[in-house]
Design a protein around this ligand. Sequence first.
Ligand code: IVH
Length: 667
Amino acid sequence: MKKDIKSRIDYLRNEITRHNNLYYEKSSPEISDAEYDALVKKLEKLEKEYPQYASKESPTQKVSGLASSSFASVKHAVPMLSLDNTYSAQEIALWYDRTLKNAENTNIEFIVEPKVDGVSASLTYVNGELVTGATRGDGETGEDITENIKTVESIPHKLKDKNGLPDFFELRGEVYIDKDNFADINKEILENGGQKFATPRNAASGSLRQKNPQVTASRKLRFFVHSFGSVHGKDFKKHSDFLDYCKKCGFILQNDIKSCKSLKEITDLTAEMLEKREMLRYEIDGLVIKVNDLQIQKELGYTNKSPRWAIAYKFPAKQATTKLLKIRIQTGRTGIITPSAVLEPVELSGVMISHATLHNFEEVERLNVNEGDTVLIERAGDVIPKIIKVAKKESEGFFKPPKYCPDCKSEVVKEKEEEVAYRCINPECPEQFRRHLIHFAGRNAMDIEGFGEAVIDQLLKRNKLHSIADIYRLTFDDLFELELFKEKKANNLIKAVNESKKQPLSRLLFALGIPHAGEKVSEIIAKQFKNIDAAAAASVDDFIKISEIGGVLANSIKEFFENGSVKHVIETLKAAGVNMTQPESQNSGAQFEGKTFVLTGELPTYTREQVQEIIKSLGGKTASSVSKKTSYILAGENAGSKLEKAKELGITIIDEREFIDMAEKDK
Ligand code: IVH
């Protein structure tokens, strides 16, 4: 038994060391952060229960990182420690109580900061001048990455304070990458045939530890300051004084740093930040709670690897590893065949996950993924997680696209070589029709409540649906005989079907599914032509004249209206009494109705997508270039030529705060 414990401890130590190497050296972990944290907790527990096996060499006793590498080494003036962490609210409460008790003070102020998911770096300023930039390394000694650090825009080379600069200032912070830039870097890496980074943290770390500083410079790294090591010639009383001073010196601080005076304030803030997490332009993986008073910090002191005056409260994990059991292929409404992943169930942010998206077969090839592999999955905001990478290759090669439609068995084609999608082009394919019915009745299309997949499947089985227009021919009896249908439910569905006849043309066009045209384009066409006959009679040129519609789309719309079966469906829907016109304005009352926004620079809190979504939801539009038609220019940090042009044209310039105020007005 004892021997078993010892070998379990050895195994965990080796595993943790191996994962440290993958994380710090290769920037390419095999497991998620949460799975790594769980391994460390397991080892800590065993070492506590069996102190006879304690060892100074255990990874639980040291700050993990790299002790040696091909970079020159730098000894930190004050060691760079790590943070104790937990995912549990209960443990935070225990830490909070312990802190008040140990400090013999019931009135402590805490500073709570987002925990930026990046790489820590130490910057040394001598008489206000940046002389060294280093990684954390093993905590005592880091790697000299000064030249790379100097390429990070938000790191000042000279501190701005005019009077009383500290003669020695060792400050620490997090080098990170914005979500948008992370996506761009991965795109570029893939285009060059490389392996993409699994997280922005890996990308920041990989980019920071480049031998060529020009590569680092191209990666648009950023920096937030969060703590300090050795300081001579400057005295801070509080952590917040230190942060304020850094701001004065020219550093950019995070927006969401808050002061909390009770556990309740901390837990409320955690809930708030969990909500906000997806909206931030950079990744955070939790909050860091710190005692503000530096004298109290000193009294509380340190363990051998972390301060007692701070703790990381980590958010539920977004990533996990699991086995890819099967790749399922499905035919969609437009005939496109898509692969999706069936996974060995795994828990992710409190939900059991058993499926993931795989986008298309090009992605499958890029990931080099096949059934049986262990994969790293991520669920970020979206409902269905995606596969980030193969964590462990356990099968040969990648899963190949099918030769035949999984439903109607007709041959699958790739219409053009450069096209990504494989399609079933059989116009009679039953699965395409089934998917089209689901789409037609869906929430964003005709919105027929109660007409979901289960009802559609039953009606198809009973041969009640042969064309889209058959939906409007269904009788009470057709529905009453369905499973789980009683009089009331059948009547409600008939009512919902009838109600849907009144939907505006924009929804009808989207429901009919013009190839390449989504909701937005369907709405533009509807607003422009007002009724379906006018839209059907329009020429390719008429469509091209609309600024949002290009040549390919214009041809696709024309082809759609000329298609015999589309014409037939439109006529039968008309005969059934379905509305074919667009009412005057769908958005009246929305505060951005008729307004066009141009975005430039980086906003402090919201991502571009987020802002675009808000503008759209309030009836406005976004455009990519400034013209006389622009109503507002929303400018953030590092705004460039667009801002200049806006000034020339006298366009109103607003910042993120003003924008949010406008969006929230009259709500
Ligand atoms: S304070 C003694 N504040 O998290 C260490 N760290 O897991 C004091 N981190 O090594 C660090 N955001 O690199 C602090 N707002 C924040 C942070 C933060 C990210 C990193 C830091 C640290 C790691 C611990």
